[in-house]
Design a protein around this ligand. Structure first.
Ligand SMILES: [Zn+2]
Length: 412
């Protein structure tokens, strides 16, 4: 107290306090609308624990920033006698994040709005050579083309790669089935390409299965889980991820959850890690095709060949036997993870999702029989729900600064 009279009137103090409180609530409010947890202003008010006036001011500010839309037609909460409230929606014409994914068969670029909504996407077939700059050039150019076509504002860019990404230097330590050298500085290369393409906003890079887990937690089958385990196999190899209380668990240097090297068949195929019979080489699309006695062809991705076989030729005894073999091995691996991690939900992606669909009871039984916590609590095992979930997760990286502080990130 310096003894000077305070020139502010009571009304000014109240307005300023509401704005300051509202400013701190902008990010949390945006995240609630983004993840579908605040469909109305009444729910937003309750979730934020603020007054109706503050929630109204926060929603109006997010609408002014072009991020959400407040539907002025009040709707009553479904199936209840609660008070009608304005609906909150993400702004469909609002800004987007550029999302990029590199995989064994090439790349895919997309523009992703709030709510995990894919606005535009384009695939690219390309042999991924030893220099990461080549495919990253292609994918950034494809994304920049989508931005030109749509005229959308870009908040930033995110890249999903089939490798563990070391923190804090952003190097791809074990690129899976792409020819990049171990330790390739993919984050720096991607960021440089994004800047050179004249795109605004920061650029981020993460492991594809980690990003799948993040997307499923925010927008898909993982919503509401507190200890979410994801396991997936896309083209070659197997990845895992853990989302704890809404945040990715990446370990001390970004390398946690390298689940592909759990042994699930001690007599099995030798693995590039030096061991034998790893989940990585025993449950991926290539392993399935070999187990079913098929020769993988060059015309389609291994994932598509294996998935089509499981779905369309399930009456073939060799296909059925291969399905059961892989389901059992996947189950052994999941059981080990359940014992260690005690998740409250498991989500399976890509071929593992197809295997779950083909033999759900068998897979659940193997996990329950082989795990302490599986037997006692029966962990739900669900299929990934989103299309292109690694891309949506890559976009989440780019959206995060906006979710943390919309005014700063958008220069408001
Ligand atoms: Zn291995």
């Amino acid at each position: 107290m310096n003894g000077k009279p305070d020139p502010r009137t009571t009304a000014e103090v109240v307005t300023r306090t509401r704005l300051e409180r509202g400013r701190g609530a902008l990010g949390p409010a945006l995240e609630l609308v983004h993840t579908g947890r605040a469909p109305t202003r009444a729910v937003l008010t309750a979730e934020l624990g603020v007054t109706r006036a503050t929630a109204g001011a926060v929603a109006a500010e997010l609408e002014a920033l072009g991020l959400i839309r407040v539907d002025p037609r009040p709707v009553a909460p479904a199936g209840s006698h609660g008070r009608p409230s304005h609906r909150l929606l993400v702004e469909e014409e609002g800004p987007v994040a550029l999302a990029a994914q590199v995989h064994a068969d090439g790349y895919r670029a997309a523009l992703v709005g709030l709510g995990g909504r894919i606005v535009a996407t384009t695939p690219g077939c390309e042999i991924v050579g030893a220099d990461p700059a080549e495919v990253l050039d292609s994918v950034v150019a494809a994304g920049a083309g989508l931005l030109r076509e749509t005229g959308r504002r870009c908040v930033g860019a995110g890249l999903a790669v089939p490798s563990a990404v070391a923190e804090p230097d952003g190097k791809a330590l074990n690129p899976l089935y792409v020819a990049w050298p171990a330790g390739a500085p993919v984050r720096d290369i991607f960021a440089r390409r994004v800047r050179e393409a004249g795109l605004t906003g920061p650029a981020f890079t993460g492991n594809d299965v980690n990003l799948m887990a993040l997307a499923e937690h925010r927008h898909g089958a993982g919503r509401g889980a507190r200890h979410l385990l994801c396991v997936a196999t896309g083209h070659r190899g197997v990845g895992g991820a853990l989302v704890l209380d809404g945040r990715l668990h990446t370990g001390s240097s970004g390398l946690a959850m390298e689940v592909g090297h759990l042994t699930v068949n001690p007599e099995g195929r030798s693995c590039y890690c030096g061991s034998r019979g790893c989940l990585d080489v025993e449950t991926d699309p290539y392993a399935f095709l070999l187990a079913a006695g098929r020769t993988p062809g060059p015309e389609e991705s291994l994932l598509k060949q294996a998935s089509d076989l499981i779905v369309r030729e399930s009456a073939d005894p060799a296909v059925r036997a291969a399905t059961e073999l892989l389901v059992d091995r996947l189950g052994f691996g999941l059981a080990g993870l359940v014992n260690i991690l005690n998740p409250d939900r498991i989500i399976l992606g890509a071929l593992h999702r197809v295997l779950l669909g083909a033999a759900p009871e068998r897979l659940r039984a193997v996990v329950a029989d082989r795990s302490l916590w599986g037997r006692s609590g029966s962990v739900p095992i669900l299929a990934a729900a989103l299309d292109h979930n690694s891309l949506v997760g890559a976009a989440e990286l780019a959206w995060q600064p906006v979710l943390d502080d919309p005014l700063v990130a958008l220069g408001g």
